[in-house]
Design a protein around this ligand. Structure first.
Ligand code: ATP
Ligand code: MG
Length: 410
């Protein structure tokens, strides 16, 4: 089976000149991995990775001679980032891995395309194409693209034992590109070897899980992860809570034009418990932004279809806007998922509340402590109470009362 790719991304002059610079004088260079896979699957291409026989120092020299910037981003495992007109390309020297210990590999550079293909994880990730678009398939990736089968290259269990992250990559790529049931051998191997996930660094686990949760609809992948025990292994918080909310959420996102939001999907499958969410964020080494959003959500009050405009205003003014948006989106997605007639009124109401929350910008209270002093109030225990009373009046007025009207109320 030969196939040729014709595509705008492959015709990009920057890519062409890098391939040309690397692929002359006895060396070869090809595009590999996600770009080829996504193109064949009809999915958008994000980044373009390149594989070459040239060794890293030669890659740097050739890139620079062609007028590009070369950054040694991962020299030890053979990766140089070549930047052409602001656009980065990861260039990795052909290699085979040895002495894998479940997390790291020592690498040997080589000139053997087959060996390079075989050290990759899945057949669909080991397709190459040259500057003319000619595909090189050394491990049966094309056939698996046809059937959307995610298959380990070689023996699934052995490949997982080299790098346990591949368990999560199996479900991640299945979530994005798989069809039907996951490959039986791969599935069995993940069940048997899932304990090895505990050896991985938290950062790698969460980075992979986050990408999985960003798939258009990760619900089937999560279901298989749950059945295999992998989900409980990495996310015990989801155990009692269940993952049923994921599919309606993915549908609501698609139908209402919300972005596919990995953190919101996470919230849909874990309990809104401040302490447990704090611990989860710590365990998986979340960024501060992710951690704060998750805990704010867990600690926030939950508006529902009965929440009045005034009550929502109070929640927004005193609370965390993003947390309320998260709460409302989850509630709306769940309500739409139930699909009952009574539910449609509730959905409409939640939709309105959500629109309010999304538009909300917290206004500044138009009176200050100094205003109160000027109005003759003595600092003391009543002082703070008076200020808070004015604030309540301001919020309840829908932020309509101005400074004079508020001072009048003193
Ligand atoms: P995307 O960038 O869309 O996430 P990708 O296929 O480019 O998908 P990367 O994680 O960027 O995935 O990795 C690039 C390539 O490197 C993969 O296609 C695969 O061939 C190989 N690869 C990456 N991580 C591993 C791993 N843990 N084990 C084996 N091969 C891997
Ligand atoms: Mg990539």
């Amino acid at each position: 089976m030969t196939q040729r790719i014709e595509a705008a991304w492959l015709a990009d002059p920057r890519l062409r000149s890098i391939l040309k610079a690397l692929g002359t004088d006895g060396e070869e260079a090809r595009v590999v991995g996600g770009a080829v896979r996504n193109h064949l699957l009809g999915r958008p291409i994000t980044d373009v990775d390149i594989a070459t026989t040239a060794e890293p120092q030669a890659v740097i020299a050739r890139a620079q001679a062609a007028g590009f910037k070369a950054v040694p981003t991962g020299i030890a495992h053979g990766t140089v980032t070549v930047v052409a007109d602001e656009r980065p390309f990861e260039v990795t020297t052909l290699r085979r891995d040895h002495e894998t210990d479940g997390r790291h590999a020592k690498v040997i550079f080589g000139r053997d395309w087959k060996a390079d293909a075989e050290r990759r994880d899945f057949t669909v990730n080991a397709l190459y194409c040259d500057a003319e678009g000619e595909i090189l398939d050394l491990v049966g990736g094309l056939a698996d693209i046809e059937t959307r089968t995610l298959r380990f290259i070689g023996d699934a269990a052995a490949r997982i034992e080299e790098d346990y992250l591949r368990i999560l990559r199996f479900y991640r790529f299945f979530a994005w590109y798989g069809d039907g049931r996951p490959d039986a051998e791969g599935l069995r191997a993940t069940v048997r070897l899932k304990d090895g996930l505990s050896r991985l660094s938290a950062e790698r686990v969460w980075a992979e899980l986050r990408k999985l949760l960003a798939a258009p609809d990760p619900s089937r992948a999560l279901l298989w992860m749950r059945q295999s025990g992998v989900l409980t292994q990495v996310l015990p918080e989801s155990e009692k809570w269940g993952i049923d909310a994921i599919h309606p959420l993915a549908r609501a996102e698609a139908e209402l034009g919300w972005p596919a939001d990995p953190l919101l999907r996470l919230m849909a499958i874990v309990p809104p418990d401040g302490a447990r969410m704090g611990a989860l964020a710590k365990r998986l080494r979340f960024s501060n932004v992710d951690r704060d959003r998750l805990t704010a959500w867990a600690l926030s009050e939950a508006p529902n279809a009965e929440t009045t405009d005034a009550a929502l205003r109070r929640l927004l003014y005193y609370g965390d806007r993003q947390a309320l948006i998260d709460r409302l989106r989850l509630a709306l997605a769940a309500e739409r998922g139930r699909g009952t007639v009574e539910g449609s009124a509730a959905s409409a109401r939640l939709f309105t509340l959500l629109a309010h929350a999304e538009r909300f910008e917290k206004p500044e209270l138009p009176v200050s402590g100094e205003d109160l002093v000027r109005a003759g109030l003595q600092p003391g225990p009543d002082f703070g109470a008076a200020l808070r009373r004015l604030e309540t009046a301001y919020v309840d007025s829908g932020f309509a009362l101005d400074r004079d009207a508020l001072l009048e109320k003193l």
